[in-house]
Design a protein around this ligand. Structure first.
Ligand code: NAD
Length: 362
């Protein structure tokens, strides 16, 4: 398997150690990852293949199903020679899952996560979260399957009032069913309901995670999410542009920590019982993130740009954008043993180094 640099190596060691109980359960099993060519797929897939290299008697077989709707990433090509990896290039909506191929676990990550792109592909995003999920659940119903994981989102909480911050899983949400973000938020909400009904009606172990702002290696530099945008600006020595007053706050979870949470939820989670997966603190503003990228890039690459506020050309850019997002992760800690440990400074630093290596060193 191709490990691109020392950051990836360190992350894959970290993931496979901290989620080793889950990897052991997956050994000798076949796992399908829909949307596995996306950002989270990068480490979901690579950590499985890395595990296989180290544990020769506990191999896991991984299949990625993806329609490459935003392009085929080069790293997928590089894995094609790996005997434990296979690729199904298809659209989950138009081509149902083939029952000849037997999977023990399915991770349903197909959707579009970046607001910039899901707003351009609203129907496709809804279809992936509703019709695509239904196809996965019907497959799980027909075949004896050990577990399904549905990627919901912290967006199902919408814009919580301040007394619901940090937000726990039992908060029911403040979400608009119309508007530019509704295609994403509401289809994730419906997706959770679909999981709940299938899990209870057919007794299928369907697990649900609600990711809170993941970032790091694997996210394409033109993905449109802020850490990709800010890193690109820094690496091209351009000003870092903020399309708001910089005040909305979030916590940001480094991808290696998040991936551990997803594997643990798949194996140890309760059925139809969602888990917040994210970093509990610090909750920091967009402006603070920009300044952190600026400071680290200055130190690493003598970056000399400024942080600038500029209204987006997109008049709907800020509509329904939550003011605060911060998870209560005590349930995932207690029930899954989830314990994220990568600080925002370390994570952003590694992210900058990874982007530099992957996109700017030829
Ligand atoms: N990354 C985060 O911080 C975050 C936060 C909340 C929720 N999520 C959810 O986690 C999942 C994975 O996120 P990500 O960041 O990797 O997303 P991503 O947008 O980077 O990747 C999604 C992948 O799904 C594929 N896809 C979309 N529709 C498809 C279809 N019909 N058939 C086959 N493939 C299809 C895309 O081609 C893409 O490769 C998504 O469901 C997302 O909504 C992620």
């Amino acid at each position: 398997m191709l490990i691109n640099n020392s950051i990836e190596k360190k992350d894959l060691v970290y993931i496979t150690l901290k989620a080793s109980s889950a990897f052991k359960t997956l050994s000798q099993k076949k796992i399908l990852i829909t949307g596995g060519a996306g950002f989270l797929g990068y480490y979901l897939v690579k950590s499985i293949l890395f595990w296989n290299e180290v544990h020769s008697s506990q191999k896991i077989f991984v299949t990625v199903l993806d329609n490459f709707m935003l392009g085929e990433p080069p790293w997928i090509q590089e894995l094609k020679q790996n005997p434990f990896f296979s690729l199904l290039k298809k659209n989950l909506i138009t081509s149902p899952l083939n029952c000849n191929q037997e999977f023990n676990y399915i991770i349903h990550a197909a959707s579009i996560a970046s607001p910039v792109f899901y707003r351009k592909h609203q129907l496709e995003t809804m279809d992936a979260n509703i019709i695509g999920l239904r196809r996965v659940l019907e497959y799980a119903q027909r075949n004896k399957i050990n577990g399904v994981l549905f990627f919901s989102s912290s967006e199902i909480y919408g814009d919580p009032p301040y007394d619901k911050i940090p937000t726990s899983e039992n908060y029911r949400g403040n979400v608009s069913c119309i508007g530019p973000r509704a295609c994403y938020d509401e289809s994730k909400r419906y997706g959770e309901t679909l999981c709940y009904v299938f899990a209870n009606r057919y007794n299928i172990p369907i697990k649900i995670v609600r990711p809170f702002n993941n970032y790091g290696p694997g996210m394409k530099i033109n993905d449109g999410r802020i850490l990709a945008d800010f890193s690109r600006a820094a690496l091209e020595n351009k000003n870092i542009i903020i399309h708001s007053d910089g005040s909305p706050t979030r916590t940001y979870c480094y991808v290696a920590d998040a991936i551990i949470g997803y594997f643990l939820a798949l194996i140890k989670g309760n059925a139809a019982d969602p888990y917040n997966i994210g970093l509990a603190k610090p909750e920091i503003s967009v402006l603070e993130v920009a300044k952190l990228v600026q400071k680290l890039a200055k130190k690493k690459f003598s970056y000399s740009g400024s942080v600038i506020e500029m209204k987006s050309n997109d008049s709907e850019f800020l509509i329904d954008n939550p003011n605060r997002r911060c998870p209560d992760i005590s349930k995932a800690k207690k029930e899954l043993g989830f314990s994220p440990a990568v600080s925002i400074t370390q994570g952003v630093s590694q992210t900058l180094d990874w982007y530099k290596k992957m996109y700017y060193s030829k």
